[in-house]
Ligand binder design. Structure first.
Ligand SMILES: *Cc1c(COP(=O)(O)O)cnc(C)c1O
Length: 498
């Protein structure tokens, strides 16, 4: 490049000592369609990307997500090391595989699973999250049901699964991907979960499993697993069926054992055959870890387990994924031994205390009805009077302060109920609750003022209007570009946020 000393535009090339923001790259677009021909200095690439990411929401202010946003520095260091090891190469990284098996054993023990026969590992596996774990458990239930039907010479072509309409979206995915009819019981505005009474009429000989949730995504309520379990056990005895219970304990699995150890929801109930839990929710590990656990080896069909030997030795593998880093498994083992039951108990009880505090503050404001049941460190609430402004307007206003607090309508049977939810994660201290309430009060004052002046444009209506515009655009582009499906088909839209 030539140098023109009179020019004010930058024409020199960068050197090692060029300041980051004096570099040529900072006066050009960040590459976005075509991979650049030339390399760039690492410090400049890093700054450029870090600047782009600075517009993301702040994870600490993300009250929407159940997923962990704080870990010990020591855990972070170990996890960085773990990124270099492919988790699936169990034979090369035997110690990592050993830590994985210890996690499975410890969590199975926490859930009161029977001890497996001597020298056998507990049947279970680490996954990317509860979604993958649920897919694996649905497959296992489907295969067990089919085998039983075939042995009895009965048709096995119409499997169904029974759950509440309040299930997380991964259940709909699992059912569609693996061709199982999803039989969902409606909920109602005054009872947002599955009950034994609601499940009963949906169950028949083709039911591969009944699936209560320990910690509904919508309002954090623990479904009455024991009541549903006992109903299914009775039904099995009367009809000669063998329908198992699977518990979706994505969030509750790491809460109930510490906050309510006597609650019967896990393998203490004999017909609970499998459980999933998210390590990255209240297991307190960063995103990317879940666990699928079966009661006993016979609950996991052997045909679904692959034995791979091309890396030397024999590895049992039952996952939908293959290669991935080992970080999250190491992070989970770190938490289990560093925190111990004492640490988890203290963190869960602190979360419950802060949730109770926030719940009380919201109640004191007089504007909200509380719709959670205090089962989890989570507060869910609805507006008593949504005629002037809605929870969607509050969500939007809180976003101005950086708070991410989701508002959503409830599932089938309770669609008329719009609620907001704050997940009280471990790094949500009481000081945080105070700031949140203060900003909520400011937001309400602002909305009241706008409503009084008649200036309020409801966010929900705006969103609907935008959707109409967008769907018209999509229809238009479809007519030119047939065959391509939009991801935004309304029927597939999910309500809660995880
Ligand atoms: C979060 C959640 C899931 C999905 O879990 P991931 O770990 O995000 O895959 C499934 N079920 C319930 C009840 C959940 O809360």
């Amino acid at each position: 490049m030539t140098t023109d000393s009179n020019s004010t535009t930058q024409t020199t090339t960068d050197t090692n000592w060029t300041p980051v923001y004096g570099s040529l790259a900072m006066t050009q677009h960040a590459p976005f369609r075509v991979m650049p021909e030339e390399s760039m200095e690492p410090r400049i690439a890093k700054q450029m990307i870090s600047d782009i990411l600075s517009l993301d929401g702040n994870p600490t202010l993300n009250m929407a997500s159940f997923v962990t946003t704080f870990m010990d520095e020591e855990a972070e260091e170990l996890m960085m090391e773990g990124m270099r090891k492919n988790f699936i190469d169990l034979d090369e990284y035997e110690q990592t595989a050993e830590l994985h098996n210890r996690c499975v054993a410890m969590i199975a023990n926490l859930f009161h699973a029977p001890t497996p026969p001597k020298n056998m590992p507990h049947p279970g596996t680490g996954t990317i999250g509860s979604s993958e774990a649920i897919m694996l458990c649905v497959l296992a239930m489907k295969w067990r049901w089919r085998k039983r039907r075939q042995e009895q010479g009965l048709p096995a072509d119409k499997p169904n699964l029974v759950c509440g309409s309040n299930v997380q979206v991964c259940w709909h995915k699992a059912c569609r991907y693996f061709e199982v009819e999803c039989r969902e019981a409606d909920v109602s505005p005054d009872c947002l979960v599955l009950t034994a009474e609601r499940a009963l009429p949906l169950i028949n000989e083709n039911t591969i499993g009944v699936c209560p949730i320990l910690g509904s995504t919508f309002n954090g309520e623990f479904e009455n697993v024991k009541e549903i379990h006992d109903m299914v056990v009775e039904l099995n005895a009367t009809n000669g069926w063998a329908i198992p219970i699977h518990v979706d304990a994505a969030s509750g699995g790491f809460i109930a054992p510490f906050t309510d150890p006597d609650l019967l929801w896990d393998f203490r109930l004999p017909n609970v055959k499998s459980i999933n839990v998210s390590g990255h929710k209240f297991g307190l590990v960063y995103a990317g870890i879940g666990w699928a656990l079966w009661r006993e080896p016979q609950d996991l069909p052997e045909e679904l387990v692959f034995h791979v030997n091309y890396l030397g030795g024999d590895q049992a593998s039952f996952t939908l994924n293959f290669s991935k880093g080992s970080s999250t498994v190491i992070g989970q083992y770190y938490n289990l031994i560093r925190l111990g039951k004492e640490g988890y108990r203290k963190i869960m009880l602190a979360g419950m205390a802060n949730a109770t505090y926030l719940r009380q503050k919201l109640q004191d404001m007089g504007l909200f009805t509380i719709v959670d049941k205090g089962h989890m460190p989570l507060v869910a609430f609805a507006l008593k009077d949504a005629s002037k402004y809605t929870v969607f307007d509050i969500q939007d206003r809180m976003k101005h302060q950086g708070w991410i607090i989701p508002a959503y309508t409830c599932s089938k049977g309770a669609e008329s109920l719009a609620i907001m939810r704050v997940v009280v994660k471990q790094n949500f201290s009481q000081a945080f609750a105070d700031m949140l309430v203060q900003h909520l009060e400011d937001a309400i004052r602002y909305l009241e003022h706008l409503a009084a002046e008649g200036h309020l444009l409801h966010v929900k209506e705006l969103a609907v209007a935008m959707d109409v515009i967008e769907s018209k655009r999509l229809v238009h582009s479809h007519s030119k570009n047939t065959g391509k499906q939009s991801h935004r088909k309304t029927e597939d839209r999910t309500h809660g946020v995880c």
